[in-house]
Design a protein around this ligand. Structure first.
Ligand code: AMP
Ligand code: GLY
Length: 427
């Protein structure tokens, strides 16, 4: 099979690493990819959202299956366009992708089908939003309806912060149309987990549960980022809780979509807050979580190619996922200054020392090959991933490996998986 992966981050590197182990692979391509991905797949110089050019490439190269990493092209309808041309592609259609591309759509769906989530109200008008916020008070969460690269949610601790957030989104239009409409939501308190499933619309197969670390600094402090590390499985999610999440969240969501005339195929990712009143949905994503998937795939024993291929074909009921026992940790190495301004083009030293090291993988995100060396080329540059029988061992392996790496300005969290380290591991 010839496979094209769309995207350029650690998620896509992890996917290609796993796909490359399949005996079914005859060719691997990635558009646009990154420095590290170039070692595994042929890089194609087409942007992830240049859908027409991607479709032309897939036709010209006889690609058997295209796998979409990020949400942007899904929200723009890459799946609809490929399918119209008779090209096979893994991911939800544009209308199914609204679960991620419109928070108002997903909240209304949750409400209509009685799926647990926080109280909310949707506003197209700033004045009405302000009155509502004054009435309910802080803390409160203000969210842009549309895609904002993970930056569209403001957890406001005071009324003035909440009013400021409404101004930024609706008056200053910092995210343009994405903030024309907003969702104002009850602030939920608890531990967050990521529940990621593969689904052909009828069958849903859960992957290992995981936890992301969204804040920049140790102790979950500092600004929100795209994610500074992850681990899987999340011991806080017992077998019973995982089953409950499938029954109370995943299946009712898929069935609700079917009632709305929408068949969802691909990855459904529910961000869940485990509150004192039970689990509640914070958000949906319609793609593999990054960095979560980097900590999930190294534990997957099953060949990923037939799994994804049969998701597209609606034959997922024939499959199950086999998992290796143990834990996996992913630590993100970011460029100094991220998520604000940062410098790029700094040589990454020490990568060769980690080649072939037992239980350790390095997935690239913002890197570029520069002759014989790699340089950092984005906010999150590298991901160091480690597997071990126990979470403690995986954490130690990851940080020992990081000790071999350096680039000017390199920064990372030292406490990835702290929640799991406090708990016994259970699959
Ligand atoms: P979202 O933009 O919906 O993906 O949310 C991003 C992050 O904001 C989540 O991962 C949570 O950490 C936080 N968040 C979102 N909604 C809420 C909420 N209702 N209460 C508390 N925190 C939230
Ligand atoms: N790790 C969060 C996300 O992929 O959106």
């Amino acid at each position: 099979m010839k496979i094209l992966v769309v995207g350029s981050g650690g998620r896509e590197h992890a996917l290609l690493w796993k796909l490359s182990q399949s005996p079914e692979i005859r060719g691997l391509y990635c558009a646009p990819g990154n420095g590290g991905i170039g070692e595994l797949a042929q890089l194609v110089d087409i942007g992830a959202e240049d859908i027409e050019s991607l479709a032309e490439f897939a036709e010209a190269k006889d690609i058997d299956l295209t796998i979409v990493g990020p949400e942007g092209p899904l929200a723009k309808g890459i799946v609809d366009i490929f399918e119209k041309r008779g090209l096979r592609i893994f991911g939800p259609t544009k209308s199914a992708a609204r679960l991620e591309s419109s928070k108002a759509f997903s909240k209304n769906l949750l409400k209509k089908y009685h799926i647990p989530t926080g109280q909310f109200a949707v506003f197209d008008d700033a004045q009405a939003a302000r009155s509502y916020v004054r009435q309910v008070g802080a803390p409160i969460v203000i969210k842009a309806d549309g895609l904002c690269g993970g930056k569209g949610t403001i957890v406001a601790h005071t009324l003035s912060e909440a009013l400021g957030a409404i101004d930024l989104l609706m008056e200053d239009r910092i995210f343009r149309q994405a903030g024309e409409r907003i969702v104002v939501e009850e602030r939920l308190v608890g531990e967050e987990v990521s529940m990621i499933v593969l689904t052909d619309g009828a069958t849903a197969i859960p992957l290992l549960t995981s936890q992301d670390h969204k804040r920049l600094l140790d102790g979950d402090k500092g600004p929100n980022t795209g994610g500074m590390g992850a681990y899987a499985p999340a011991p806080v999610v017992t077998g019973t809780l995982a089953k409950g999440l499938m029954e109370q969240v995943i299946h009712p969501t898929l069935n609700g979509l079917v009632s709305e005339g929408i068949l969802f195929k691909g990855v459904l990712y529910a961000g869940i807050m485990l509150t004192a009143d039970g689990p509640k949905v914070l958000e949906f994503n319609v793609r593999f979580g990054d960095p979560e998937i980097q900590a999930i795939l190294p534990l997957l024993k099953t060949d990923l190619v037939p799994l994804l291929d049969d998701t597209v074909e609606g034959r997922l009921s024939q499959h199950r996922c086999e998992w290796q026992a143990g834990s996996c940790v992913c630590v993100v190495l970011a460029s100094g200054g991220y998520p604000g301004e940062f410098q790029i083009g700094k040589e990454i030293r020490g990568l060769e020392r980690l080649q072939g090291r037992e239980g350790v993988l390095v997935f690239h995100a913002g890197t570029k090959r520069d002759g014989e060396r790699f340089v950092n080329w984005g906010g999150r540059a590298l991901n160091v991933v480690a597997v071990d029988d126990e979470i403690e061992g995986a954490v130690k392996r990851a940080y020992d490996a990081i000790g071999q790496l350096a680039f000017d300005g390199m920064t990372y969290r030292k406490d990835i998986a702290w929640r799991a380290l406090k708990k016994p591991v259970s699959h």
